[in-house]
Design a protein around this ligand. Structure first.
Ligand SMILES: [Zn+2]
Length: 137
């Protein structure tokens, strides 16, 4: 005579070793998809606004851009003068052309300058804060 358990059903099912994988390239049809792009390095900013972490206020911001006279502007003026275009003031045309100017990226949160995009070097140079007296002691 043997004693059998009346209910062989285990109250706890064995744990499954199932892994969950998220689809990598999921298309969501026409649904509006708002994705915050990962921040780019300040050095990788171009002439257009970019998403960066502001080095002054540490916020994730989309930079505001403003054209500034730079090396490309003055080289353009010099080239026009050397080409003989100086009588009518046309050699100053690069001063009015945004495509000849460097681009200053600034933070919309703290209004500090973040980086200056150089058209000639095609690179953005981070702007350090110079009004911090602690750095110059
Ligand atoms: Zn800032």
């Amino acid at each position: 005579m043997s004693i059998l358990p009346q209910n062989r059903q285990s109250p706890h099912p064995p744990p499954t070793t199932q892994t969950y994988c998220l689809p990598r390239q999921e298309t969501l049809g026409s649904a509006p998809l708002i994705l915050m792009r990962p921040p780019t390095r300040i050095e990788d900013l171009k002439a257009k606004p970019g998403v960066v972490v502001c080095q002054h206020c540490r916020h994730l911001v989309i930079t505001e851009t403003s054209p500034e006279n730079g090396s490309c502007t003055y080289l353009g003026i010099l080239a026009l003068i050397l080409a003989g275009v100086s009588s009518c003031g046309c050699c100053l045309l690069p001063l009015c052309m945004t495509s000849c100017k460097d681009i200053m990226h600034s933070c919309p949160n703290c209004q500090e300058d973040i980086g200056l995009y150089s058209r000639i070097k095609e690179k953005t140079y981070p702007v350090r804060r110079i009004d911090d007296p602690q750095e110059f002691r």
